[in-house]
Design a protein around this ligand. Structure first.
Ligand SMILES: Nc1nc2c(c(=O)[nH]1)N[C@H]1C(S)=C(S)[C@@H](COP(=O)(O)OP(=O)(O)OC[C@H]3O[C@@H](n4cnc5c(N)ncnc54)[C@H](O)[C@@H]3O)O[C@H]1N2
Ligand code: MOO
Length: 378
């Protein structure tokens, strides 16, 4: 294969292309509940201090000055409390704003009230500031929380809501054209007469949706003109399967050349999946070519499509036993920290059983790890 890039350089190139792709997508303001999964169009900045005022971290009493204290009432959730004079206490719940003058919270289980007088179980308790969340402990208004371009995960949406936002500026969902190439592919029934079932057409759209894209699927015959026409139809991203190698029916590379595409990643020094590629059409549309062998195609999703759509790196994990390294980076389906069986490039059994894919850097023998383990989009 021509000019193979090291695996991590290929992933970085796809990440950089993804940043360029997102920067060109239209911006829209959507209500928070519709923002999950979308790329932020601007930095998320806190609109409020969190907590917005000194807040009780426990159910109990807010106390002022040393005990014992006269209990003068209760502050209920959602109320703005009146000041608390020294020697008094009010009942508080977790999350209530503390009255001005309150110095600490005495937990319910650490005190008792008799005849309107509250006493702490331990002398001297509670220490000043005990079980009080100070104003701005987590965030001060104006603090940048999440950078533009990052994914608004459900946790980011929750943070945005807590920090006072009603809606968010996000990028349009990229329209992804999946072109499933190959005359030998069947859309139904068992493999027969030299043909195989298209295993990728039914599976890849779910992965792409999980990665934040809106896919449509088109089946394309092994014909250069049909492939060129399909590549030219409007989309924000194109992903093809098959036809990446140099066989008699592998038309992707010549067609990309004919269309004037720029090869950003001509191939990748990775097993399986080395014929994968990333190109840019003259109109700026990125094209990922996934190899036809199904496990190699999944390797291409993890190496090129996931970073292109803004997914982050994997987790560092120790594995039960060291994995043998090779001359190229190896992507190994693993489950519970051990390699899966049935992981030839044309196989799917191992991948279907896997809970992640371990990245084994090139080298001699085996390394102890820890390895980066990539999540398969779900
Ligand atoms: N002489 C060489 N031959 C091959 C090389 C090489 O370097 N020199 N590389 C091999 C590697 S590695 C891979 S990976 C494949 C890449 O093949 P293509 O991307 O050109 O894909 P096809 O030739 O179209 O198909 C390969 C294989 O995958 C099956 N396939 C294709 N699409 C699907 C699908 N949607 N669902 C299930 N299976 C699919 C296809 O039937 C073939 O069996 O090239 C090697 N050859
Ligand atoms: O890249 Mo291929 O997967 O080894 O058959």
């Amino acid at each position: 294969m021509p000019d193979a890039l090291p695996w991590s350089a290929a992933r970085d190139a796809a990440g950089a292309e993804g940043a360029r792709l997102r920067a060109g997508l239209p911006v829209e303001r959507v209500p928070l509940a519709a923002a999950a999964g979308r790329a932020l169009a601007a930095d998320l900045v806190a609109d409020a201090d969190l907590p917005p005022a000194p807040t009780s971290a426990m159910d109990g009493w807010a106390v002022a000055g040393p005990g014992p204290w006269q209990v003068t009432g209760a502050v209920l959730a959602g109320q703005r409390p009146a000041p608390l004079p020294p020697g008094t206490a009010v009942v508080v719940a977790t999350g209530t704003w503390l009255p001005p003058g309150a110095e600490a919270v005495l937990r319910r289980e650490h005190g008792g009230v008799e005849g309107g007088t509250l006493r702490a179980a331990a002398p001297g308790a509670p220490a000043a500031g005990r079980d009080v969340r100070p104003r701005g402990e987590e965030v001060l208004r104006g603090t940048p929380l999440v950078p533009a371009g990052a994914r608004a995960t459900p946790a980011v949406v929750a943070l945005a809501a807590a920090a006072g936002h009603d809606d968010l500026a996000v990028r349009a969902v990229p329209r992804l054209a999946l072109l499933v190439v190959g005359d030998e592919l069947l859309a139904a029934g068992p493999p027969r007469d030299g043909k195989v079932r298209d295993a990728l057409g039914p599976a890849l759209p779910a992965w792409f949706r999980a990665l934040g894209a809106a896919p449509r699927t088109e089946r394309v015959p092994d014909d250069p003109d049909a492939l060129a026409a399909a590549l030219a139809r409007p989309a924000d991203v194109v992903v093809t399967t098959g036809a990446t190698a140099a066989g008699p029916a592998d038309h992707l590379r010549p067609v990309l050349r004919r269309l004037g595409a720029r090869l950003l990643v001509p191939s990748v020094d990775v097993r399986p999946g080395h014929p994968m590629l990333l190109a840019r059409l003259p109109d700026g549309t990125p094209v990922v070519g996934l190899p036809g062998n199904p496990l190699a195609a999944a390797a291409g999703v993890l190496t090129l499509v996931a970073p292109l759509l803004g997914a982050g790196a994997g987790r560092r994990c120790a594995l039960a036993a060291p994995l043998p390294a090779g001359r190229a980076t190896r992507l190994v389906p693993v489950r519970d920290g051990a390699p899966c069986a049935h992981t030839g490039p044309g196989m799917l059994r191992g991948l279907a059983a896997a809970d992640g894919v371990a990245v084994v850097p090139p080298g001699e023998g085996a390394s102890e790890g820890p390895y980066e383990v990539l999540d398969l989009p779900r």
